[in-house]
Design a protein around this ligand. Structure first.
Ligand SMILES: [Ca+2]
Ligand SMILES: [Ca+2]
Ligand SMILES: [Ca+2]
Length: 314
C-alpha cells in the first residue's frame, strides 16, 4: 500500500488518502472548509444526494464549529469528501464505501493518511467550550469541540415521510478510552442515529462490538481513526404534525476535548422509508456500492441507554 498526501492550490486545501488493493487505486479526497463565506452552503449542498428532494428553507441554515484559517490545515474542523472507498489490507473486515458527502469532526478534518497515534487530538475550542445542547442531552455528558450543521426544510415528494443518509463514524476513543464521543442525526428534534443493537453511535464503555479495530501500525485502513463503524443508513421520521421540518447532524467530544472523533455522512435525501430509529446495514460486498438492506426491526425510541458514568482517561 502506498500513501500520499496532496494539497491542492485552491480555496480549500485537499487531502488525498491513497490505498492500493489488488493493484487498483482507491482514494479519498478531503476538501477542507476554509472559506467562512461559503462553508455553510458548501456543507449543506455536499451532504445531500444529487437529487435529494429536500428544499432547504433559506435563512435557517446554521453551522457549529471552526472554519479553517487558510494557513494551518489542522484548524479546519469540517470538510467535504469524495471517493470514500477504504479497502482493508488484511483480514475479513469490509471495504468501507460511502457516497460523497461531508466530514464533521471533534478536532481537525485534516486527517492523516494512516493511523498515526492512539490519541489523535485537536482541541479547537477553548477548554470547556464547544458544547452542543442536543448532543449533551442525548449522551448525558458534557460535550466539547462540537461540529454540527442544521437547517429547516420541506420535501418535494408528498409521499416521503422521512429523510435518510449514509454514514460511517470513526473515533480515537476506541479502544483504549472509556469516553463516549457521540454522533447524532436529529430530525424534528429526535435522534435516529443508533447502532443496530439500539445503542447510541458512540464509543461504548467496556464494549467493542460495534467498531472495527483499526490499530496503530496495523495498516488496515488508511485513515487515522482507531475505531470505525460499518457503513450504515439512518432513517429519520418526519413529525407529521409539522409543515416544515428540522434536521441537525452533529458530532462532539464528550467529557473533554481530546481523543477526537468524526462522522463521514452523505446521500441525505427524502425517503418513503418508515421505521425511523433504525439503522440498516448495507448488503456486504467488497467492490459494489452498498445499498440499504431490508429494515430488520423497530428499535423503540428511548430504548437506548445513556451508558455508564463518565470516567477519566486511562
Ligand atoms: Ca488514531
Ligand atoms: Ca477535540
Ligand atoms: Ca474525544
Amino acid at each position: 500500500m502506498s500513501l500520499s498526501k496532496i494539497f491542492k492550490i485552491s480555496a480549500s486545501a485537499s487531502v488525498v488518502l491513497m490505498g492500493l488493493s489488488s493493484g487498483k487505486a482507491q482514494s479519498l479526497t478531503l476538501n477542507l472548509l476554509e472559506s467562512p463565506g461559503t462553508a455553510i452552503p458548501t456543507l449543506i449542498n455536499a451532504v445531500q444526494a444529487p437529487t435529494s428532494g429536500i428544499n432547504v428553507i433559506a435563512g435557517t441554515e446554521s453551522f457549529q464549529g471552526k472554519i479553517g484559517d487558510g494557513t494551518n490545515p489542522n484548524t479546519a474542523q469540517s470538510a467535504t469528501y469524495t471517493g470514500f472507498s477504504l479497502v482493508p489490507t488484511s483480514g475479513s473486515t469490509p471495504t468501507l464505501i460511502l457516497p460523497n458527502g461531508i466530514l464533521l469532526t471533534s478536532g481537525t478534518a485534516n486527517l492523516p493518511t494512516s493511523n498515526t497515534a492512539n490519541n489523535f487530538s485537536n482541541n479547537l475550542a477553548q477548554p470547556g467550550s464547544g458544547s452542543n445542547a442536543a448532543l449533551s442531552t442525548l449522551s448525558g455528558k458534557n460535550t466539547f469541540d462540537s461540529n454540527a450543521i442544521s437547517f429547516n426544510f420541506t420535501l418535494s415528494d408528498p409521499k416521503d415521510i422521512s429523510v435518510e443518509a449514509d454514514f460511517i463514524f470513526g473515533t480515537d476513543e476506541f479502544p483504549t478510552q472509556s469516553v463516549t464521543d457521540i454522533f447524532g442525526f436529529f430530525v424534528d428534534g429526535v435522534n435516529y442515529a443508533k447502532f443496530p443493537d439500539g445503542s447510541l453511535i458512540s464509543n461504548p464503555v467496556g464494549g467493542a462490538t460495534n467498531f472495527i479495530n483499526n490499530p496503530v501500525g496495523g495498516g488496515l485502513y488508511p485513515i487515522e481513526y482507531n475505531g470505525l463503524s460499518q457503513h450504515f443508513t439512518v432513517v429519520g421520521l418526519l413529525n407529521p404534525t409539522l409543515t416544515t421540518h428540522t434536521i441537525q447532524i452533529a458530532v462532539a467530544d464528550t467529557n473533554d476535548n481530546i481523543f477526537d472523533s468524526g462522522v463521514f455522512i452523505g446521500n441525505l435525501k427524502g425517503s418513503n422509508a418508515g421505521g425511523g430509529g433504525i439503522i440498516t446495514p448495507p448488503e456486504p460486498g467488497p467492490t459494489t456500492t452498498p445499498e440499504p438492506s431490508l429494515i430488520l426491526g423497530l428499535v423503540a425510541l428511548g430504548a437506548w441507554g445513556i451508558g455508564s458514568k463518565a470516567k477519566r482517561k486511562v
